[in-house]
Design a protein around this ligand. Sequence first.
Ligand code: DAH
Length: 343
Amino acid sequence: MENLLQQLELYKKEITAETANTPEAVEAFRIKYLGTKGLLKAVMGEMKNVPNERKKEFGQLLNEFKQFVELRYETLKSQHSTTADNNNEKIDWSLPGDNFTVGTRHPLSMVRNQIVSIFQRLGFAIAEGPEIEDDWHNFGAMNLPEDHPARDMQDTFYINQNPSWLLRTHTSSVQARAMEKQKPPIRVICPGRVYRNETISARAHCFFHQIEGLYIDENVSFADLKQTLYFFVQEFFGKDTKVRFRPSYFPFTEPSAEMDISCLICGGDGCTVCKHTGWVEILGSGMVHPKVLENFGIDSNKYTGFAFGMGVERICQLKYRVNDLRLYSQNDVRFLKQFTSVV
Ligand code: DAH
């Protein structure tokens, strides 16, 4: 046993003297001392010859020895490792770097962000609601009772498990949720995806995007509605863009109006986009129907409000001349990479 002790001391000296100064020599050190047929294994194997009463004492010594060898190995390795950090000559710093392919924002997201930020500057806050809605928020509260013919205009996807659930057909449902949650003054802009059971074609899709606006306070007038939307058009489409309001009908507004802008494609001269009228419709709007206000306990004698809803795809089409709605959801990189923006 005493032999083994002496032997360990000799090994330690030998190991301390090892000066593996190339990565290859470090590897040779590892194999010689720590490998499966290496010295450490052999020394550890001696344990079986140690009498039981001294096993504890030797166990400890051998453990210390093991740590000693491992530490020496780690030290040599860190001094002469093959890793890039320590091995400068092997790296050709003149090689060109890796190219990252940077994605672009989706045109609909860009347009949505631009629209939202214009209204944010006017003090509108963003509001959101669920895409799976109930009948009340999508229809009932918006003054479309069950037998209302206008429900037919919006081919609704219903949900099998529960017939009072549906995929929202317009972002007007978020108006309902905003009025439910907040007390006037309310000034929100609600971007989101909506769904309608339409056959997919260049001009129609089963889902698309809308942006809803709602402003309720004392003394809000139709003039405020017009001025707000006029400001939006000037900011978004440019100062030369003309607007016009046409009387219309929506169950949730009274009076209601649709807003057209002068056609950006032909400058008002007439083309296929504006069907040779020089004007294109971009949104529906109106003064919030008193019944809608009362549905949420808002006193319609004290408060008035305006609302509007626009289709993001339509606006994107006008801005970027996209002539087929399907392009937005096909994720064809050749289409997507044509849009670059910081917003
Ligand atoms: N919800 C209407 C639609 O999807 C758009 C709309 C019209 C929204 C008038 C409004 C509004 O807030 O006042 O066709």
